[in-house]
Design a binder for this molecule. Structure first.
Ligand code: KG4
Ligand code: ZN
Length: 333
């Protein structure tokens, strides 16, 4: 079986071909970072226009690199939501048209669930129950999966996502877009102990995240110390800010571990590329004798291989649902 996955939920145009054993035959990702960089964040209108320009070429590249033709594809899968509505509609409409013309089934895929399934591409035998921490530019969530495809949302962010806050602080400091990877690189040279940020406390005892307080406290410190690239405390600030976000993520992860006693932990989403977060997550799992699974960096940020991977699992669990041309995009869950 060969699956063609398509992903256009945000600012990456991606197409991938996987086989039924989750081997990646191709995974082509076209980033729009350069287009959005001058604005310090994603401009939805520009994102959807760029997807329209790129989608056809990216799909043909994915097929060419997999050395397959459209006639070899058995099933198509496409991200349905959540994401930017204009961006989602490009991939979804394209996939519907392709599936219709080929008379092939089309499987709609939830973007957040596909992030979690990105971990299975490199580790087919992750033991359940699973606790997944998804940290991206749009979401920060904890999921419990007692068994395959059985997603239970344990926690979400009540305001900004972790990646969003890193991007906004970087934008304020003129560090470029996306800011997460820039802060990751620079913070290595700083001392995280010099700037401490208090962890938010949920008065209702919920496992939910909240990152807007970090953003406000960070901006206040930047103003108070007059921080910029040339300031001697600049790298310490970035290290302390990043460290506090990671500490909060692991704090709530730990509370969820105590609550559901998982066998395996998954870390996924764009911020899962962060070198300190990866290390802290692995160290936590080691200390608690849990198995930790973190996808390779190129499978953490948005990509179509994870879309096809979740489709493979859905097909394994039940027959394909055919082609439903009434499938609609959803911006939010
Ligand atoms: O999952 P993703 O590609 O898109 C969403 O679904 O949001 O995640 C993008 C986010 C951005 O906020 C970006 O700054 C962040 O992932 N990111 C990182 C790193 N690489 C990407 N954050 C921290 N450290 C990194 N190395
Ligand atoms: Zn994503």
């Amino acid at each position: 079986m060969k699956i063609l996955g398509i992903e256009t939920s945000c600012d990456e145009t991606s197409a991938a071909v996987l086989d039924g054993d989750l081997n990646i035959l191709s995974n082509v990702i076209l980033s729009q970072d350069e287009i959005h960089a001058p604005y310090g964040g994603i401009v939805p209108e520009l994102a959807s226009r760029q997807h329209i320009k790129a989608i056809s070429y990216i799909v043909s590249q994915a097929l060419e690199r997999s050395k397959l033709g459209l006639e070899d594809i058995d099933v198509l899968a496409v991200t349905q939501g959540p994401g930017l509505i204009g961006s989602l509609l490009v991939g979804l409409s394209y996939a519907k048209g392709l599936a219709y013309s080929l008379s092939k089934p089309l499987i709609p895929i939830d973007h957040l669930e596909s992030h979690v399934y990105s971990a299975f591409i490199e580790n087919r035998d992750i033991a359940y129950p699973v606790l997944a921490l998804l940290v991206s530019g749009g979401h920060t969530s904890l999921y419990s999966l007692p068994q395959s495809l059985d997603f239970h949302l344990l926690a979400k962010t009540r305001d900004d996502a972790a990646g969003e806050v890193l991007d906004k602080i970087a934008k304020y400091l003129d560090l470029g877009y996306p800011g997460g990877p820039v802060i990751d690189g620079l913070a290595v040279q700083g001392d995280p102990a010099r700037f401490a940020f208090a962890l938010p406390q949920m008065s209702d005892g919920s496992l939910d995240f909240s990152f807007s307080g970090f953003k406000t406290a960070g901006l206040r410190k930047i103003k108070e110390f007059g921080l910029n690239r040339d300031h001697p405390a600049f790298l310490d600030f970035l290290a302390g800010f990043e460290f506090s976000i990671i500490k909060f993520l692991l704090h709530n992860l730990d509370r969820a571990v105590q609550a559901i006693s998982p066998t395996s932990l998954i870390l996924c989403g764009g911020v899962a590329r962060n070198t300190k977060l990866r290390k802290a997550f692995e160290d936590y799992a080691d200390r608690h004798k849990l198995r930790a699974y973190i996808p390779s960096p190129n499978l953490c940020t948005d990509n179509a291989a994870m879309v096809a991977a979740l489709a493979v699992e859905k097909l394994r669990q039940g027959p394909d649902s055919g082609l439903d041309l009434s499938i609609n995009a959803y911006p939010r869950r």
